[in-house]
Write a protein that binds this ligand. Structure first.
Ligand SMILES: *[C@@H]1O[C@H](CO)[C@@H](O)[C@H](O)[C@H]1NC(C)=O
Length: 254
């Protein structure tokens, strides 16, 4: 999670998968945390926290694209059961707010290469883009298509079962990510705005939006796995990019 650029020791734990390369020419400078540091975990937490907002516009040197907004070409949400059962497909998404992440808790074992982290956000997470929705809300058939704005208020995310493995390339040890899982453990509220949900009938469309928002928990249960998958893919990609370039002994110096 640290990397050396020129003479600087840098860190870049982080979020993001690769669509758009970042234009900004800058260097993220971070102090390395030594494994022998008695407050190693506190050090890691502080350094990760300082890097997160700096990744907002991406980091060209490691080909990390902007994380705020983060651009996601598509996100498909499977159809569920019950009163609100719709197949929701989101396209050309921009996810706003990820750079407001606060690391509440982090536990990394630099020897076993295991890890855990818990994040909250100071800003709402906004998913803006277009959508198609098919299915039904109660008995009403839905076949909508238009702009969407999905707002997640106070999500709490947990990164679990982070497992790395040490591999050797040309005599130098690098870490590869073997496993990482993400759970949205809580959420205060989700606000959904799906324009043109009932094609051509604005009043019905507005009423349906009210109904869906009153029942956001139902829809969110469906949305959650896709959202978790999208976020974990972003994290895996960024961490992977960092680990690929920065040797293990620079990431976790003795
Ligand atoms: C999306 O919805 C949220 C919550 O209603 C609102 O604060 C935000 O301004 C909206 N964003 C856009 C681009 O419409």
């Amino acid at each position: 999670m640290y990397f050396i650029i020129g003479k600087f020791v840098c860190i870049a734990f982080f979020l993001v998968a690769g669509s758009k390369a970042a234009p900004a020419k800058k260097t993220i400078v971070v102090n390395a945390c030594r494994k022998s540091d008695p407050i190693f975990l506190q050090c890691i937490k502080k350094e990760i926290q300082s890097v997160v907002p700096q990744l907002s516009g991406g980091y060209a040197k490691l080909r990390i694209p902007a994380i705020d907004p983060f651009e996601l070409p598509a996100l498909d949400i499977a159809k569920g059961q019950g009163a609100v059962s719709i197949d929701l497909s989101l396209q050309k998404l921009k996810i706003f707010g990820l750079s407001s992440a606060i690391i509440e808790n982090v536990d990394i074992d630099p020897e076993k290469l295991t890890g855990y982290a818990k994040f909250t956000f100071t800003k709402p997470i906004n998913l803006i883009g277009s959508y198609t929705a098919k299915g039904k809300v109660q008995v009403l058939p839905i076949n909508g298509k238009g702009q969407c704005n999905i707002t997640l208020i106070d999500p709490v995310l947990e990164l679990l079962n982070l497992q790395g493995e040490s591999v050797e390339r040309k005599g130098v040890k690098y870490i590869i990510v073997k496993n990482v899982e993400l759970k949205a453990i809580s959420m205060r509220k989700v606000i959904l705005k799906l324009d043109n949900l009932f094609q051509g009938n604005k009043e019905l469309s507005d009423n349906l939006n009210v109904f869906i928002n009153e029942n956001w928990e139902l829809l969110f249960q469906e949305l959650k796995p896709a959202f978790e998958e999208a976020i974990v893919a972003i994290i895996k990609d960024i961490v992977g990019k960092v680990f690929q370039k920065i040797p293990q002994d620079d990431i976790f110096p003795a």
